[in-house]
Design a protein around this ligand. Sequence first.
Ligand SMILES: Cc1cc2nc3c(=O)[nH]c(=O)nc-3n(C[C@H](O)[C@H](O)[C@H](O)COP(=O)(O)OP(=O)(O)OC[C@H]3O[C@@H](n4cnc5c(N)ncnc54)[C@H](O)[C@@H]3O)c2cc1C
Length: 470
Amino acid sequence: MALEAVADRLSAALGPHKVITDPNRLAGYRGIAWGAAASRNDLAWPVGPPAAVAVPASTDDVVAVIGVARETRTPVVPYGAGTGVHAGAAPLQGSIVVDVGAMNQVMAISRTDRSARVQPGVLLGALDRISAEHGLMMGHDPWSQPIASVGGAVSTNGVGYLAGKYGSMGEQVLGLEVVLGTGQIVRVRALPKTSTGPQMRHFFIGAEGVLGVITEVTLRLYPIPERRSVAGYWFPRFEDGLAAVLDMVAIQLRPSMIDYEEDSSREQAVLGLLVDVPSAMYLAFEGFREEVAAQTVRADAICRAHLATPMSREAPRKFWDTRHEASDRWVEQRKRGEVASAQWTTASLPNVSLPVSAIQEFRERAARELAPYRLAIQASGLWGMPELFSVRFVHVAPGDPQAADELDAGTDAGLRLVQELGGSMEYCHGVGLTLAHLMPNEWGVGLEALRRVKGALDPDHILNPGKLGL
Ligand SMILES: Cc1cc2nc3c(=O)[nH]c(=O)nc-3n(C[C@H](O)[C@H](O)[C@H](O)COP(=O)(O)OP(=O)(O)OC[C@H]3O[C@@H](n4cnc5c(N)ncnc54)[C@H](O)[C@@H]3O)c2cc1C
């Protein structure tokens, strides 16, 4: 159907004030935080300007949008705040983008139930501020806390600084309301545990909008801890800090934050080799006073036993206070129109899940096996728990015309190595378009099963087709 006709139907269904067709405003919907929303995957619809952006104010509005999409066979792209990294929210050509940003009401906060019932467009930072007025806080605290939406964070199952204690965004979800591709509304009761079938919320956590549009979320909140302490250590080598984290895990000592990364520059990265460089670890402990005091003392002893030197008292405090500054920088870059940071055309930063036993083998093999792509390992890191492993690959000849292609191919080779070692290619940013081509290797036969689930919940295949490799 002609794009204008789709926009007209939407205007008739929602009212013209909830439909955007101005090309300049449509261009603002990029749906990828960095770089280009290119896909090497065969998509049901190519990426490009949408037919229109719908700005629903209610669940009924979303149902109406799905109705128009079904009638006109138009793909629907759910859109939170557009800070996703792998182009899950990238508009498909001729699609209807459903911008849930105006669905940003906090409907209820209960101190008794320790929960918040919200619309999906509420920003994480805003919800955390409102929760604080009730003596509560969110367990999900990513770098992008000020700029990402609740619905987007659920749909990518994001991870934040406090994941060591509170888990991923998906682990905060108690209840959901979701509009399926049939236009039906599914409600998952807001409870931490039921035994009446599979936990249906997991169909939608990390589903990147391919199975339904989330229109309401009930999240677990936590009492603001009686005490929080932060500490910082320098380790001589990555392996020393890893060993310290494993010693903490061995006695079930769980810092609320483990943020660990090698302090490496591009110049230090050597093709084919792992280079030992000092690594910085920031730890946070929170809970009741005695618990925090005991954890701080024991973790300090463990770190020192692995050759760590404590940082000054100010350094970890500063790290904590500035932990969301990447968001401010991103917003400023966007204002200046610098959408693609040059760094990401010559370096990549996969965040992968790996069995602990495979971490060292991965580092050694990746250093060797990515050398033909002229990629070196610049830094390794851990976040929250030892399995959540980050690696920064850099191209050693960034000015070379082949650098960007080699970076793509070499990063893919690194992710395939993760999968070969029993790991998963992404732990927080989802798959979107940019990793979709690696989904068959990630899931095997399971991908076919996921396709069948999609077919059941979205029989017309209108919900974000091509994303997540579905
Ligand atoms: C500076 C910066 C720092 C970041 N730091 C982190 C970090 O620490 N941890 C982390 O996990 N991520 C991080 N990210 C990535 C990003 O912020 C997260 O993926 C975030 O959760 C995406 O939220 P969003 O509202 O922007 O979602 P969007 O980008 O708009 O959408 C993401 C996906 O969710 C789907 N979606 C959105 N809303 C809905 C809905 N209501 N129903 C169904 N599907 C929906 C979209 O279709 C898309 O597939 C960072 C990004 C930036 C720019």
